[in-house]
Ligand binder design. Structure first.
Ligand SMILES: Cc1cc2nc3c(=O)[nH]c(=O)nc-3n(C[C@H](O)[C@H](O)[C@H](O)COP(=O)(O)OP(=O)(O)OC[C@H]3O[C@@H](n4cnc5c(N)ncnc54)[C@H](O)[C@@H]3O)c2cc1C
Length: 261
């Protein structure tokens, strides 16, 4: 079974800095890491390879520093890694990102499943998985917790509206993977082995034969107009007195703030 996993490098939550003029995220190696939601599709890919054999190809679109997350993916179990990187891809919105990823996947060629995380910890739109499936014209299911191959289809399970849903999907297909499946922790040998494998491949706009009018800021149908910092106010009141007085005062405060229904 050939599986492609999409992963993204994100900034640590407390390190996010935006260019005040362009509203674009300013990236630096020191504060970058793999999107934690992408560890789950990687774990699922490792599990599927163990069950059904095949290959795991990991793909990311991002600046040169995104190579770091591809090394991590190699340690977790990827056989092949591809970085889609070109200055013209920067400032892409989710639709342009999905287009570039789609062009990368077309160049990779034959696959049974594409796996992605449910969302990222920086932009967090949860749009890229479904948009990528649309771009490639393949079926998709989100929030998947279990995958089994049954003849020429996959049986998947996911939680939806308090029910465990069992669904079937025909390959090639895209699944976004739920954190409920758990992680795959690489051994020290896997980590050492990662650095002896095939080098990371790097493809630019020309390699992908991508349409320059569909990428980057110019190719994006949405853009950020303004970023308004949200200031959170916290305060702590200590209620003095005997327990009965404290309870009465607390009740009054909660009622005053309309916090009791
Ligand atoms: C209106 C708008 C304007 C934007 N403008 C800019 C901008 O100017 N500059 C800028 O840097 N960003 C910009 N972004 C953010 C950029 O579009 C997103 O970082 C990117 O498209 C991924 O979206 P997301 O983080 O919401 O991913 P989600 O949809 O939340 O991610 C779901 C899954 O998709 C996969 N995935 C997502 N991104 C990638 C990727 N790059 N490579 C491989 N797999 C991936 C991962 O598996 C991930 O778990 C903008 C976003 C919006 C909505």
């Amino acid at each position: 079974m050939n599986v492609i996993v999409c992963i993204k490098q994100v900034m640590a939550g407390d390190q996010m800095r935006f260019d005040p003029r362009t509203h674009r995220l300013m990236r630096s190696l020191k504060s970058s890491r793999m999107n934690s939601f992408d560890l789950y599709p990687l774990a699922m890919a490792v599990h599927l390879k163990k069950e059904y054999s095949g290959t795991i190809t990991v793909l990311t679109m991002g600046p040169e520093i995104s190579k770091e997350v591809l090394w991590e993916a190699l340690a977790i179990g990827a056989d092949r890694t591809v970085l889609l990187s070109d200055a013209r891809f920067s400032a892409s919105d989710t639709l342009s990102t999905s287009y570039v990823l789609g062009m990368g996947i077309r160049k990779i060629g034959k696959y049974d499943l594409i796996l992605s995380g449910m969302r990222t910890t920086d932009s967090g739109t949860a749009q890229v998985g479904p948009q990528l499936a649309e771009e490639l014209g393949i079926p998709h299911l989100t929030g998947v917790e279990k995958v089994e191959r049954e003849q020429n289809r996959f049986l998947v399970e996911r939680m939806i509206d308090g029910f465990r849903e069992k669904a079937a999907i025909t390959p090639p297909a895209l699944l976004t993977i739920s954190p409920a499946i758990g992680l795959h922790t690489p051994s020290l040998v896997d980590i050492e082995d990662a650095f002896t494998r095939t080098p990371i491949e790097r493809w630019n706009l020309e390699d992908l034969k991508a349409d320059p009018t569909r990428v980057g800021h110019e190719g994006s149908g949405t853009w950020v107009e303004e970023l308004i910092p949200i200031t959170k106010q916290k305060s702590c009141d200590f209620i003095e007195g005997e327990p009965r007085q404290q309870a009465k005062a607390l009740l009054e405060k909660l009622t005053e703030k309309n916090l009791l229904s």
